[in-house]
Design a protein around this ligand. Sequence first.
Ligand code: C5P
Length: 280
Amino acid sequence: MVLFPPAKVNLGLHVLGKRDDGYHALESIFLPLGWTDILEVLKDDSVAPGELRTVWTGLDIPGDTNNNLVVKAHRLLAAKHTLPGLSAHLHKVLPMGAGLGGGSADGTYMLRAINDVCSLVLSREELMILAAELGSDCPFFVDAQPALVTGRGENVSPLSFEFPLDGLWIVVANPGIHISTAQAFGGLTPHDRNTDWAALASEPASAWSDRIQNDFEAGACKRHPQVAALLDALGQAGASYVQMTGSGSTVFGVFEEETTARQAAAEVQANYCGPLAGMG
Ligand code: C5P
């Protein structure tokens, strides 16, 4: 079976406080993008039962592949279920350490793939619990639908209101800087606040800046002037709203017109990003 684990962007990322378990309490609207990795998972008779053979292509994945969330997802299920030998091929397209959730998407899609290929019949709720064990951003990718995400990332509520994104264009641009999520959290001072996310949905994108922020953005802009430059460039190019996603370094701009969005994408790609600027 072949799956397409998508990137996400966070519309607003409010870090409300530090929890007793050491994680931070968040609020954010997660939006899936049409920009994906490619994951193939097959039963493989040449692999011993319970084992996994992996093939990695595309972008280089730094670090020990034993820590890759695809491998961890397999380990998690192999510890609880009798699995046949499996092969997984991950073709990596999405930049890593970029705030796009690509690694989390790969891990959760691996859970979904094994569930289907091995007919484990795990429910959505069971997948949510397993995904939360893999990583804080993982539960969102069980449905990969626009959602309000709270807690440390484990509470995923499909939006109960229409978000006015139809007809808007999102230009996503990655400056090629790797930012560690754990370090980014370490540099934050959380502050509690109430956000009426449903009310925001009835406002035009140009009004969002006063009401939603990514709390990681100021720190990332200070440490990496390229992030600030990209945000400025998208604003200058006509975006109604610009923001960094996740703990960075990817940024995005929301545009009302397709032509303006395409011009902005071409401009930031040529001047700031090389081949990784995308549009969805
Ligand atoms: O859950 P995950 O392994 O993706 O988190 C990576 C690190 O980011 C955690 O070890 C923690 O330091 C930090 N984190 C946090 N609060 C969250 C999510 C992540 O402090 N809600």
